[in-house]
Write a protein that binds this ligand. Structure first.
Ligand SMILES: [Zn+2]
Length: 111
């Protein structure tokens, strides 16, 4: 994937995330409707809403960081070990900052 394609995909992800975050933070009705459609969970609307905002905000940060790496020329390299992040991984997740190995290590640390 070349830089122009990566930038295009990241920018459209950013737009999408901004829209979701706007809906989640500004439109409680649509959140209620979504929750009703997904009955059976013991999460309250507020919890679910917060969790979704949390995920979207984290992803937005990752997308912004990836755009910054594009500007600075470090895009496509793992931020931890500096190795090239495999093409297939970037295709699936253009905002990926780490290779699979380093990402796995980070996630093990988190849990
Ligand atoms: Zn790595």
């Amino acid at each position: 994937m070349d830089d122009a394609t990566a930038r295009m995909r990241l920018e459209s992800m950013l737009e999408e995330l901004d829209r979701s975050i706007g809906v989640l933070t500004g439109d409680p009705v649509s959140v209620r409707e979504r929750s009703a459609a997904d009955a059976g969970s013991d999460l309250t609307d507020a919890d679910r809403n917060r969790a979704m905002i949390d995920v979207a905000t984290r992803q937005r940060k990752a997308v912004l960081a990836a755009l910054k790496r594009l500007d600075e020329g470090g895009y496509g390299r793992c931020v931890d070990c500096g190795k090239i992040v495999p093409e297939g991984r970037l295709e699936a997740r253009p905002e990926a900052a780490r290779c699979v190995q380093c990402q796995a290590r980070v996630e093990r640390r988190r849990y």
